[in-house]
Design a protein around this ligand. Structure first.
Ligand SMILES: Cc1cc2nc3c(=O)[nH]c(=O)nc-3n(C[C@H](O)[C@H](O)[C@H](O)COP(=O)(O)OP(=O)(O)OC[C@H]3O[C@@H](n4cnc5c(N)ncnc54)[C@H](O)[C@@H]3O)c2cc1C
Length: 330
């Protein structure tokens, strides 16, 4: 059930089989599998998953490619709740390993928050990442286009940019490397530094060889209407017309609550085995937070794998059925 502030006290003395941090594609998929394995699950989600910003879900089997991410999240949450999983809209602050269980400290509510501690035997970290965006003085101007034709994911949206005039917006030299992959889809590329960093002679040379334009001026604003970006106005008032853009500025990894636990990381991503178990035997990581490919179809598959491995662990350790066999006798 969807837990309200009032109902929380009934749950704090319960030890869940699994606590899932994050209710995006990865967490919801895990939750659905866990509930169908008759395991007790608490999912805690602070909202605004990465797929919430996805206006159209591309590369996903079985759904029209204009399906908004919000719809996938709503359908997934309804499905999970229909299987009697517990769901709480809240923020996970800290996870403490108590040996047999985890104590998970949670902040509930923004104004006048309360703090609760829930316990579980296993933990699934499904808390994802969020993309850094160009920092302009008017951020609303960025939000108007980001996720529409100002893309953040080449795998998702390279196809949308085929043969278009595309801008690449980076945060340092190495982030501009994505321009060469985008070159698979279109040759009409302008690379923007927003005046924020230097480009060395080697990269300058590679960009020139490919025929890409390098623009090193500060950006004043994105131009366009109805969420369709049509170009960039630079600080000196000049305009570069574009059909699309690709932001490549890295991401924030939502993993602060795991700081007290010694896990293996690669960059900001959690390292897992093929069933998504981390270096801690009772913590799994799924979706964008783990090393892998940031796609909804992969996140959904990750959730299925982690849930199945946890079921195997618990089934083997308990050795008995969770529910009595229903008798077929008349
Ligand atoms: C604009 C855009 C377009 C995209 N287009 C596509 C596409 O076309 N096709 C495709 O396959 N993929 C696309 N992606 C990528 C896709 O959205 C991600 O790969 C996918 O959403 C990852 O799912 P996830 O469950 O790992 O993370 P998320 O969906 O980000 O879910 C993580 C959840 O955890 C919550 N959380 C984080 N920290 C905490 C905490 N401490 N306590 C509680 N909750 C927490 C977050 O708020 C969030 O709700 C796109 C992404 C963006 C941004």
């Amino acid at each position: 059930m969807q837990l309200t502030k009032q109902a929380l006290s009934q749950r704090t003395d319960h030890v869940y089989d699994v606590l899932v941090v994050g209710g995006g594609a990865a967490g919801l998929s895990a939750g659905i599998y866990l509930q169908r394995y008759l395991l007790s699950t608490l999912m805690i989600d602070k909202g605004k998953a990465r797929s919430f910003w996805m206006q159209e879900l591309h590369n996903y089997l079985g759904l029209p490619s204009d399906t908004p991410g919000r719809e996938v999240l709503k359908q997934g949450k309804d499905h999970y709740l229909s299987l009697d999983g517990d769901y709480l809209h809240a923020y996970v602050e800290e996870v403490i390993d108590e040996g047999e269980t985890f104590a998970v400290r949670v902040r509930v509510g923004r104004q006048n928050p309360t703090y609760e501690v829930f316990r579980s035997r296993y933990l699934i970290a499904a808390s994802g990442i969020i993309d850094h965006l160009p920092q302009l003085s008017n951020m609303k101007n960025v939000f108007d286009y980001a996720g529409y034709n100002l893309h953040v994911c080449l795998i998702c949206d390279g196809y949308e940019m085929r043969d278009q005039r595309a801008g690449v917006f980076g945060s340092n030299e190495s982030s501009l490397d994505v321009a060469f992959s985008l070159g698979w889809f279109t040759p009409h590329i302008t690379v923007f530094t927003n005046g924020a960093f230097e480009v060395g002679p080697e990269l300058r040379d590679r960009l020139t060889q490919k025929g890409y334009t390098l623009n090193e001026q500060p950006i004043h604003q994105f131009l366009g209407e109805n969420h369709q970006m049509s170009g960039v106005e630079l600080a000196d008032g000049s305009v570069v017309e574009l059909d699309a853009g690709l932001i490549s500025m890295g991401s924030k990894y939502h993993a602060d609550y795991l700081n007290g636990i010694d896990l293996d990381y690669q960059g900001g991503n959690v390292v897992t085995d093929t069933m998504n178990r981390t270096s801690h035997p009772r913590i799994f990581a799924v979706g964008d937070l783990k090393v892998g490919m940031n796609q909804v179809i992969v996140a959904a598959s990750d959730g299925a794998l982690a849930a199945t491995q946890i079921w195997r662990d618990i089934r083997r350790s308990e050795g008995t059925r969770r529910v009595p066999m229903v008798s077929n006798a008349a």
